[in-house]
Write a protein that binds this ligand. Structure first.
Ligand SMILES: [Zn+2]
Length: 144
């Protein structure tokens, strides 16, 4: 079991990936859509692993665009784009933005370029079910 941990620039959002693979065995993908290109995002995920997002109260901004089938998670404090989650029939699935949270073990790798433009909704769901990481997102509640 490998546990990879990262966080946003200010530390308000923490991400932990539990996986049976090493970082070197995990995929690194660059999505070709405009949002991801502008962010220079590079994603990893493991359908057999588990992702845990832990956020301080009020620290998560959810951004939706295009098909609006997933939430792009941005830190409300420091603006770091940490990853995306999608609520599916099989539960919450996630990809982690390796660059945003500075997930260790991916240094020096060139991401595989991906294009999803022509994808039908059913294909998108199947791709996410097969690749994205089962996830839990916990946003702590303010005590005041
Ligand atoms: Zn932050």
């Amino acid at each position: 079991m490998t546990q990879l941990a990262g966080d946003c620039h200010c530390g308000a959002i923490r991400v932990i990936l539990d996986t049976q693979r090493t970082a070197a065995e995990l995929p690194l993908r660059a999505c070709g859509c405009e949002f991801c290109r502008r962010q220079n995002a590079q994603y990893t995920s493991d359908a057999g692993g588990h992702a845990h997002f832990e956020a301080a109260p009020g620290s998560i901004t959810r951004y939706r665009f295009g098909h609006e089938s997933s939430d792009f998670l941005v830190c409300a404090e420091c603006g770091t784009f940490v990853g995306a989650v999608s609520e599916t029939d099989g539960g919450l699935l996630a990809v982690i933005n390796v660059r945003g949270v500075d997930l260790p073990g991916f240094e020096g790798r060139t991401p595989e370029p991906m294009t999803y433009d022509d994808e039908a909704p059913a294909e998108r769901s199947a791709r996410r079910a097969g690749r994205w990481t089962p996830a839990v997102l916990v946003e702590a509640q303010s005590t005041v």
